[in-house]
Write a protein that binds this ligand. Sequence first.
Ligand SMILES: Nc1nc2c(c(=O)[nH]1)N[C@H]1C(S)=C(S)[C@@H](COP(=O)(O)O)O[C@H]1N2
Ligand SMILES: [Mo]
Length: 316
Amino acid sequence: MPSSEITPEPVFLRRRDFMKGTLLSAAGLLSSSAVLASSSQAPLQYRKSKPAAQSGFYTDEALTPYEDVKRYNNFYEFGMDKTDPARYAEAMTTDPWSISIEGEVAKPARYHLEDILSWVDLEERIYRLRCVEAWSMVIPWVGFPLADLIKKVQPTAKANYIQFETLERRSEMRGLRSVTSTIDWPYREGLRMDEAMNPLAFLATGLYGRELPKQNGAPIRLVLPWKYGFKSIKSIVKIRFLEKQPYTTWQSLASDEYGFYANVNPEVDHPRWSQKFERRLPSAFFTPNRIATQKFNGYGEQVAHLYKDMNLKKFY
Ligand SMILES: Nc1nc2c(c(=O)[nH]1)N[C@H]1C(S)=C(S)[C@@H](COP(=O)(O)O)O[C@H]1N2
Ligand SMILES: [Mo]
């Protein structure tokens, strides 16, 4: 059977390896046994209550094989080539890890990742990921809803937006030392608060039932399946609650090409290429696997209401 025909079910079962492997071996990361107890129950119950076909959190489409998910990446902190992150991200220290929560929030602090993980239940979600470069993958993530973290730290009434920042560590990130880099580090992204609270918005700490590979944004990264991949910021060290719309890295690179919203939209072409189709990985010269791109990447039922009064050609 070709790897492209693997169904989600075996992956879901592999979650048990995740429990045995990642969580237990990362005992330093997860200090509380309560975390293990609660997170081991959540996904099974979840799966029972919402079968794949009816849930925006699952898809029956063929998964992109683990090897491709790990090998073909965008993580400019480690270089511009698709294979650079797999080659160089190993240099990044991800333990210990903390996230600084700042701005319009009742409980600003620098939180250890293990504390954050003790507040939440981990679950598996299978999402499409559509890069603005017109390729896509289907990835089984492990993580928890962004909304769970937001509720815990209690944003104030003035918190209309949320901004995220990636680690900026020159000694471990060769892309930051590159003289040809035009990016104003750290990599930053942002969302409107109602987008951030949407149940689809997810913080991933694993994939394929295993620890998140560093090239995929270990130890914690955002996953926003209805938006172009660049919104799904990796290796997050700072979350800031703001009154005004925040600065984002891609807008600053080319604001006419990459907007703040960046919702997947086949009707709005990139100035340099069409967004009507995408190459679903794995793809090869003789099997390009070209498929039509769906509005909101197929998640319109869950998110279209967020943008109902907006001109999506203007707010791209
Ligand atoms: N910090 C950071 N986050 C990032 C990027 C990056 O270069 N740096 N690239 C983005 C882009 S363009 C895409 S398509 C996805 C790719 O995620 P993946 O490599 O896990 O598939 O990560 C996004 N998050
Ligand atoms: Mo991307």
